[in-house]
Design a protein around this ligand. Structure first.
Ligand code: SAM
Length: 251
């Protein structure tokens, strides 16, 4: 997929620097390049959690906070509070601006931190979400261990990540779009040389939906499911931390 091995480097400094650099155009490009589908994918992930207003949700790799804000958007089905964590300061700053404009923004706390060393106590979350972030984490296995640690027994995990359409005809067209057109539009709009070449390259190099399910099962999750959205362009991965149901220990 890529002749440049450096393109796939995922050390924290590089990934945070890349997202900091594209932060001002990140949301616009998300909506543009997904033709607005990104909002639906996030809504599906939050809906799957069946929130009742009592939960503490931790949104890892929260970026500019769109998935975190989705969890407090719907007054009928929102979390009691959401903690959004990311290591890219510029992404978080934009998230904080959106938080201030949001009527339920006080329910969101944004924190700087690494998904592989989550700065939260054991069993402190009722649910964890990650939108298009796990692929960027240098050691996804370590992140899964950390998610398992901070989730209470019975707590839920929802991960959104890119996939490939399962239908051959659609796959060909989508591959052309994803590997040819998207990087050009992304480079033009973001004015960043690599970020939108990194996107398809990192998707192609990342675990398949089945392999991610296997990793979740091996990390102590049960009821692991990978649900294709929009013909498999994106997968919603759902899993439950094994153990008895119960309230989160801290809030
Ligand atoms: C593609 S963006 C996704 C942002 C947001 N979740 C969304 O749905 O739009 C990926 C984000 O993950 C963050 N990220 C990547 N690896 C991380 C890590 N190990 N710890 C914390 N944040 C990380 C990046 O800084 C970036 O903001």
């Amino acid at each position: 997929m890529t002749d440049d091995p450096g393109l796939l480097r995922k050390d924290a400094r590089r990934i945070a620097g890349m997202f900091d650099a594209i932060a001002p155009r990140y949301d616009t490009l998300n909506h543009l390049l997904s033709a607005g589908f990104d909002r639906r994918w996030r809504t599906r992930a939050i809906d799957a959690l069946g929130l009742t207003g009592r939960e503490t949700v931790v949104d890892l790799c929260t970026g500019t906070g769109d998935l975190a804000l989705s969890a407090i958007r719907d007054p009928a089905a929102r979390a009691r509070r959401v903690v959004g964590i990311d290591f890219a300061g510029a992404m978080l700053r934009l998230g904080a601006e959106k938080q201030q404009r949001h009527p339920a923004g006080a329910s969101l706390r944004l924190m700087r931190g690494d998904a592989s060393r989550i700065p939260l106590a054991d069993a402190s979350a009722d649910a964890v979400t990650i939108g298009f972030g796990i692929r960027n984490v240098e050691d996804p296995q370590e992140a899964c261990r950390e998610i398992h640690r901070i989730l209470r027994p019975g707590g839920q995990l929802a991960i959104l990540e890119f996939g490939m359409p399962s239908t051959a005809a659609l796959r060909g067209l989508y591959r052309w779009y994803f590997t040819r057109l998207l990087p050009r539009v992304g480079r033009l709009v973001s004015r960043h040389a690599e970020a939108y070449a990194y996107l398809p390259a990192s998707v192609s190099a990342f675990l398949s939906p089945t392999a991610l399910s296997d990793l979740l099962a091996a990390s102590g999750f049960e009821d692991v499911r990978a649900i294709p959205l929009t013909c498999g362009v994106v997968y919603l991965h759902l899993a439950t931390r094994r153990g008895d149901q119960g309230a989160a220990i801290i809030v």
